[in-house]
Design a protein around this ligand. Structure first.
Ligand SMILES: NC(=O)c1ccc[n+]([C@@H]2O[C@H](COP(=O)([O-])OP(=O)(O)OC[C@H]3O[C@@H](n4cnc5c(N)ncnc54)[C@H](O)[C@@H]3O)[C@@H](O)[C@H]2O)c1
Length: 369
């Protein structure tokens, strides 16, 4: 059977940087054929983490070798702290020692951490080499593998160093999600919920109806969610690749979310969980500012509350305002948020007084999920 019979294809139209996202179940073994089809350099480097390597590396390596590729694999420990300058430095050293040339293809096999780091390496190694994303978490399939944002963290802020760098293609195999720990599935569902709130009420309702099935890792539901989210992200990114306008709406929940992640030193809350709390906070802020109907606030809060997530760590409340002001989205000390105005619609970046967010965070201290 040909590849196209087994996959859904979402195109990201970006002129000469256009590419396809291929979505299916049990399709990892087509990666070699896709490298050939796209005429990418056959000197390949897989960057992955130890956990993903133990599950999916051999099928990817075998597929590449079958298509005549040379394969060099770099395996890093799992975890957000690997998105660092130190780790990037070590990877550059491995590439140089191995004699990896400018005519090579870097393949990210893993979640958003691997994707962001490998993408940053691909964008900068010898001024840029070909890049392929094989996302294996729900969060990376619905969000981080699409749109070309790559980067690493600095100890003063998350994703502070990076580049826009588009992949040649994205291969999303939803069958890999069956091994995902439940907490990681929840992180991805945070981003899924986000797309419904910011862009599409119908998809919001689909997510409401299918949340329990998604939490049981039901393939068909997850595949539909990945396809819908990629379609929405492709729409947004193709109109505003470098986040100077429309793309900022994807940051809904992220101003408070990033600050919560940082205040918890990146281990109390995972990115997707922090975004869920962030969306709740920013919805309550919109309510305090009278921007959204009570009925919509209730529906948003109900959906977020039905996603199982850990409580807000008390340490998260310390230094939260300072963390929000340091966020990339802060402008002249004002805290900039995307606020929902209805289900399926949000404001452009809006300056929110610190006192409003403090008020919301006090409400959330007592929020029972
Ligand atoms: N570039 C973007 O546009 C963008 C967007 C959103 C988030 N991000 C970034 O993504 C990162 C978070 O990504 P993430 O949530 O995918 O986390 P992650 O990459 O840390 O993966 C989570 C965990 O799941 C494991 N894992 C991955 N795939 C698995 C599988 N199929 N089965 C079992 N275990 C598996 C990993 O080893 C890891 O332990 C953050 O750094 C965030 O900043 C980037």
């Amino acid at each position: 059977m040909s590849i196209s019979n087994r996959v859904d294809i979402v195109s990201v139209p970006l002129g000469e940087r256009s590419y396809d996202i291929l979505i299916g179940a049990g399709i990892l073994q087509v990666v070699g054929a896709l490298i050939e089809k796209h005429d990418l350099p056959k000197q390949t480097v897989i960057i992955t983490d130890r956990k993903v390597a133990s599950l999916y590396l051999s099928v990817v390596e075998t597929s590449l070798r079958r298509s005549g590729c040379s394969v060099f694999t770099i395996t890093i420990p799992p975890g957000e702290k690997e998105k660092s300058l130190q780790r990037a430095g070590r990877v550059y050293t491995q590439l140089l020692r191995r004699g990896i040339s400018r005519r090579s293809t870097i393949i990210a096999l893993g979640g958003g951490v691997v994707g962001d780091l490998a993408g940053f390496i691909a964008a900068t190694y010898q001024r840029g080499v070909s890049f392929v994303q094989i996302p294996t978490t729900l969060l990376s399939q619905v969000d981080s593998s699409v749109g070309g944002k790559t980067g690493i963290n600095h100890h003063l802020g998350k994703n502070m160093i990076g580049a826009f760098y588009q992949p040649a293609f994205v291969l999303s195999d939803v069958a890999t999600l069956k091994t995902l720990p439940p907490r990681e599935l929840v992180c991805g569902l945070g981003e899924v919920v986000k797309y419904g709130i910011i862009l599409d009420e119908e998809f919001f309702c689909f997510t409401q109806r299918n949340l329990a099935r998604a939490l049981r890792s039901q393939h068909t539901v997850l595949r539909a969610m990945v396809k819908a989210c990629c379609t929405m992200k492709a729409f947004v990114v193709s109109r505003d690749e470098r986040e100077s306008g429309l793309r900022t709406i994807l940051n809904f929940g992220h101003t408070v979310g990033h600050a919560l992640e940082k205040a918890g030193h990146f281990h109390s809350l995972k990115h997707g969980e922090a975004v869920l709390w962030g969306m709740l906070a920013e919805t309550l802020a919109a309510q305090l500012l009278g921007m959204i109907r009570e009925e919509d606030v209730r529906r948003i809060c109900d959906l977020i509350s039905s996603v199982p997530m850990p409580p807000l760590p008390q340490e998260a409340f310390r230094s939260l305002a300072a963390a929000m002001r340091l966020d990339k989205k802060a402008v002249e000390g004002k805290i900039i948020c995307i606020l929902p105005t209805r289900i399926g619609g949000v404001t452009p970046p809006t300056a929110v007084e610190e006192s409003i967010l403090e008020n919301v965070l006090q409400q959330m201290r007592h929020y029972e999920l």
